[in-house]
Design a protein around this ligand. Structure first.
Ligand code: ZN
Length: 449
């Protein structure tokens, strides 16, 4: 009986081998059967963040892995230069939102799948939006965007009184990333495996060439280009700033770099390399995206179904010379500000919401300005948009203690911008607030009794 149903759909044949049979590698809660397959199709809701090179692959792979409820969020529009690898897009789609076209194309090709596109910035969505998904899959190319989604997902995590993560509040993430012939796929189970922030050192700051090398001892084509871009441009164009999107500026840098390369006998300066170096573009390779996406889709399926142990926890792929893959088990940073139990802040009961927000700005671990404050599902203060700011403004003068229903302790979520100078970025932090007088009074009484 079961067999005939399996063979009736050739598209789920391989999937059925994973979901309908027991095995030695399955997770502890795995219950094979058609019910599991049907439940996955009906109840699993997956969010794909990014509809670029990786995002296109992810949507296709997840749809073909049997997921039927997908959503995708991306703020970009399609450009001609995307077409070589973002295979869901055609020339006539140029100028259209990536999320919308990608969703439409996959739905045309894979029957039964429903993909809801969101053409906006990730920060524009309410936190509730993210909380509704079973798994969040990231196909992003920026550290900032990853950091933000990571903080959102970790923000849902709750800890019990023993500081152990509450399992039902763990929002799994699968993160993919590629850079030329290199890539990574990782599984993040907040509170259980290291989050993005725990291992932020994996993303070192951009390597810059020392100016003296550029000026005196150039050895590579990139050195010549950066000389023309960073030194020669300013010498010749006093005060006029270089615009990387202006073709005349780029052409000028290219010609200067070529002259310098000739002087030092260095080969390899071309116009496209000039663009690449100046704009810091690392060529995207379609096959790397395909491989990393496949790994991410498989991990998503494993998390959703329990059909196998998940990756533990960081896979790297390197196809630069030959082919090398490796899985590393990174460990959690127990003091992580994002996936840990939260920064502890002790306050007087008289501290108003306004004073609390001001404190966040001076707090050495936060340095957060323009903060919005939420407790439970309630917005105590929203810095933006103006309408919500106006609606919540009257809370600013009230004591936080009262706004938190006179609870002696509580978890507060704050969003704002953090960091210093031009390194500022939007972020979300979890704080554990305890009110001094209340806590002390209770302890004193307990001690006295
Ligand atoms: Zn962490």
């Amino acid at each position: 009986m079961v067999e005939s149903r399996i063979s009736s759909s050739s598209r789920s044949r391989d999937l059925d081998k994973l979901l309908l049979r027991p095995g030695n590698l399955v997770g502890p809660t795995f219950e094979p059967g058609t019910q599991l397959r049907d439940d996955l199709q009906e109840y699993a809701r997956i969010l794909v963040v990014g509809a670029g090179g990786l995002g296109c692959e992810l949507l296709k792979d997840l749809a073909l892995s049997g997921f039927r409820n997908l959503e995708v969020i991306d703020m970009d529009r399609i450009e001609v230069s995307n077409l070589n690898r973002q295979f869901l897009f055609r020339l006539e789609d140029v100028g259209q939102p990536k999320a919308e076209v990608a969703a439409k194309r996959v739905m045309e090709r894979v029957s039964g799948v429903n993909i809801v596109p969101h053409f906006c910035r990730i920060e524009e969505k309410e936190l509730e939006f993210y909380s509704e998904f079973s798994i969040i899959v990231l196909g992003l190319d920026s550290v900032e965007a990853r950091s933000y989604i990571n903080a959102v997902a970790c923000g849902f995590l709750e800890y019990d009184s023993n500081d152990e993560p509450v399992e039902e509040t763990v929002k799994p993430m699968v993160d993919g990333g590629t850079e030329g012939f290199k890539g990574h796929a990782r599984v993040i189970l907040p509170g259980m495996t290291p989050c993005f922030e725990c291992t932020i050192w994996l993303f070192p700051p951009q390597v810059k060439f020392p100016l003296c090398t550029l000026a005196e001892t150039p050895r590579t084509a990139a050195h010549c280009i950066e000389y023309a871009h960073l030194i020669k441009w300013d010498e010749v164009h006093s005060g006029k700033s270089f615009d990387p999107d202006n073709p005349e500026h780029m052409q000028w840098v290219y010609l200067e770099a070529a002259k310098r390369a000739q002087l030092f006998g260095i080969p390899g300066v071309t116009y496209s390399l000039t663009q690449g170096v100046v704009k810091n573009i690392i060529p995207a390779i379609a096959s790397t995206n395909a491989i990393i996406s496949a790994a991410c889709a498989l991990e998503t399926l494993k998390i959703a179904s329990g059909c196998s142990k998940t990756l533990s926890n960081y896979l790297t792929y390197n196809g630069v010379e030959g082919l090398h893959t490796k899985v590393t088990e990174f460990v959690k940073d127990k003091d992580c500000l994002v996936c840990g139990p939260g920064i502890f802040i002790e306050l007087e009961t008289s501290v108003t919401l306004k004073m609390f927000i001001d404190q966040l700005e001076d707090h050495p671990k936060l340095l957060m300005s323009g903060a919005s404050v939420r407790v439970g599902g309630k917005n105590l203060y929203m810095a933006a948009p103006p309408l919500l700011e106006e609606m919540t403004r009257s809370n600013l003068g009230l004591p936080l203690f009262e706004l938190m229903d006179k609870s002696p302790t509580g978890v507060v979520h704050v969003t704002g911008t953090a960091g210093k100078g031009d390194k500022r970025q939007s972020c979300l932090r979890k704080l554990r607030v305890a009110f001094k007088a209340v806590g002390i009074a209770d302890t004193d009484m307990a001690g006295g009794a």
